[in-house]
Design a protein around this ligand. Structure first.
Ligand code: UDP
Length: 235
């Protein structure tokens, strides 16, 4: 069963691809082709992109940079990624629009609920820039909020790991992957750090399922969007 509409959360770190930071356009083109396969099968796709390949507010605040300013910088980092991905997607034949939650009229359209729906109804992928537009939040939390606002059935959180484990797999050889876990359990288990607590709390309150999956393997993005068995489902 394919989903009708999904929110795909891409972290900034992934967009760096073979590099330590910045954007790897080769990886971006690969991503575009994977997403195009799923989109041409009929699923509507909303993308929330992170900014961690450039900066994260919590890490750069201090030494004179206020937390709010640091978060503004983080949100601008997500804008850089969103602009790059929009062009790369279109260059690969995927009609895409960038909608921003920060005021940036010269570079992107505003995120307006009805406009977002109109673009999706017209067959376009939308990429949301600027997270939620407010500091003290992450793009994970913004992803859950936008998924709720746009009636997405699931948040697909693309990561470098293939799901949630009962113990840290880098430290324990006998760690086992969990196929499904409730929001409440994910919130209570301190060892599970795949998503921040604010994002999990919002998802719990509104019963929004979240799939944690490894997007780097060929075919996994399509499988996740088709509702096939990959990763760990929180919900
Ligand atoms: N950010 C914010 N509000 C939001 C979303 C993001 O202030 O709604 C800032 C925050 O500083 C965050 C940074 O933008 O650290 C980049 O986003 P995130 O850390 O979620 O990126 P990712 O880890 O997914 O690459």
């Amino acid at each position: 069963m394919s989903y009708k509409r999904v929110l795909l959360k891409l972290s900034g770190e992934q967009l760096a691809g073979q590099y330590e930071s910045g954007i790897d356009p080769i990886f971006g083109a690969w991503l575009a082709r994977e997403i195009k396969k799923a989109h041409s099968d009929g699923t509507e796709i909303v993308i929330m992109v992170g900014g961690g390949n450039f900066m994260r507010g919590a890490q750069i605040a201090g030494h004179g940079i206020a937390r709010v300013t640091a978060d503004h910088m983080g949100m601008l980092a997500t804008m850089i990624n969103a602009l790059a991905l929009t062009d790369i997607f279109e260059a690969n034949g995927l009609q895409t629009r960038c909608l921003s939650n920060i005021f940036a009229e010269q570079v992107a359209e505003k995120f307006i609920h009805r406009l977002a729906n109109k673009h999706i109804d017209n067959g376009r992928v939308i990429i949301v820039a600027g997270g939620s537009g407010r500091p003290y939040l992450t793009t994970d939390t913004a992803a859950v909020e936008i998924a709720l606002e746009l009636d997405c059935e699931v948040v697909l959180k693309a990561t470098k790991v293939d799901g949630v484990y009962d113990k840290d797999p880098t430290k324990h050889d006998n760690a086992e992957k969990i196929d499904k876990i409730s929001h409440q359990e994910a919130l209570e288990q301190a060892s599970i750090q795949v998503m921040d607590q604010a994002a999990l709390g919002l998802a719990l309150e509104h019963k929004m399922p979240i799939l944690i999956f490894d997007s780097m393997s060929e075919g996994n993005i399509v499988s996740a969007i088709k509702g096939q068995k990959v990763g760990t489902l929180i919900g």
